[in-house]
Design a protein around this ligand. Structure first.
Ligand SMILES: Nc1nc2c(ncn2[C@@H]2O[C@H](COP(=O)(O)OP(=O)(O)O)[C@@H](O)[C@H]2O)c(=O)[nH]1
Ligand SMILES: [Mg+2]
Length: 350
């Protein structure tokens, strides 16, 4: 299955949220369809009782009766409709500022025009893709050996899993990778990484539970240098309950690896969980204070209605989005494609 199909399938809840939201907005405005009433009322295409009568009968009707996009219900774009659109986008976690701007852009030059839900979806997807395009950048690869990637984020955001997936993918691409299991507070995190490492054939440096992650990071630097590794990925703990401790811990890791390479870490990846919605915005702010965040990975876009937050993040911070996760398997992480994401989010097919 292509990554787009997966994204499209697994973003269903959020896409149906925005997609269905747009359908509803057009239908609520008394959007009329030009399909003849007898057809719309025929038993084969009778709308479900809960749906407004103006809701277009889906796909099959179009195919049966050669209905084209122009037959879709339409609604005149006016202030009321724009307000509904704004409200829906805010509900979809896109953030107030972003929702206002996107809506204004959609409205520009189109007031008073009758638009269909498909047209609205396409307009919205265009706006989203435009916001996302500048931040869609794969993890930059430097000629530095080892390139040190520090991975930060709150507990449960998906750091360890993301490291496992990235290590596997880089390994499969022929790169020599070392992992440092720097979350020494959770034995489970170490075991989890060891499983990923075994699967991928990547060495995982570990230290006893509760030991100093900075000294582990140093040992991992030595190991990576000795091995001639191209990439060293360092996992970290995400104990935000004690921000001061975490800040000191991250600062110490950075200090220690800089003894080996003053230019390290070359990337500081912040891993965010899409299911936390708007909270992801404050996590970026917090972690920008704790570490020199150079890029984002958004996990758990599968099965959440909160994928819109990625648009708000891109709009607000402009940090590169290196990858997105849509599941727990190795190939459920891929580079971020703004066009695919925008389409999946609004519920358009490829
Ligand atoms: N559905 C889904 N689950 C994920 C994804 N990424 C991570 N997880 C799960 O989220 C949970 C926490 O992940 P983990 O990597 O341990 O988070 P950490 O505490 O930041 O290291 C685990 O059960 C993972 O399998 C994703 O993209 N989709
Ligand atoms: Mg972890």
């Amino acid at each position: 299955m292509s990554f787009f199909s997966k994204l499209r399938d697994r973003l269903t809840r959020s896409s149906s949220k925005i997609g269905a939201g747009l359908d509803d907005i057009v239908a609520e405005g008394g959007g009329e369809t030009q399909v003849e009433a007898p057809i719309a009322a025929s038993p084969a295409v009778a709308p479900e009782p809960s749906k407004p009568v103006a809701t277009p009968a889906p796909g099959i009707v179009g195919r049966l009766f050669g209905r084209s996009a122009s037959d879709e219900p339409r609604r005149e774009l006016d202030d009321e409709m724009l307000e509904e659109l704004e409200e829906m986008l805010i509900q979809a976690d896109m953030g107030v500022e972003t929702a206002l701007r996107v809506t204004a852009n959609i409205a520009e030059g189109r007031m008073g025009r009758r638009v269909s839900s498909t047209e609205l979806k396409e307009l919205l997807a265009d706006e989203i893709a435009r916001i996302m395009a500048p931040v869609a950048r794969p993890l930059p690869i430097f000629p530095k050996r080892p390139q040190v990637v520090l991975v930060v984020g709150v507990n449960g955001s998906g750091k360890t899993t993301t490291i496992g997936k990235l290590a596997s993918q880089f390994r499969a691409a022929g790169k020599n990778v070392v992992i440092a299991a720097g979350d020494t507070f959770r034995a489970a995190a170490v075991e989890q990484l060891q499983v990923w490492g075994q699967r991928a054939g990547v060495p995982v440096m570990t230290a006893p539970e509760g030991s100093d992650p900075a000294s582990l990071a140093f040992d991992a630097m030595v190991k990576a240098e000795t091995d001639g590794a191209e990439l060293l990925m360092i996992d970290t703990a995400g104990r935000l309950q004690n921000r001061q401790d975490l800040m000191e811990e991250l600062a110490k890791i950075v200090r220690v690896i800089r003894k080996k390479d003053p230019s390290a870490p070359h990337n500081t990846l912040l891993v965010l969980d899409a299911t936390t919605g708007q909270n992801a915005l404050s996590q970026v702010e917090t972690f920008q204070k704790l570490a020199d965040v150079s890029g984002l990975v958004m996990t758990k876009l599968d099965g959440t209605a909160r994928g819109g937050v990625l648009v708000a993040l891109a709009d607000r911070f402009g940090l590169p989005i290196h990858a997105i996760g849509v599941g727990e398997q190795i190939d459920d992480l891929d580079a971020f494609d703004p066009r695919d994401f925008a389409k999946a989010l609004v519920g358009l097919d490829a």
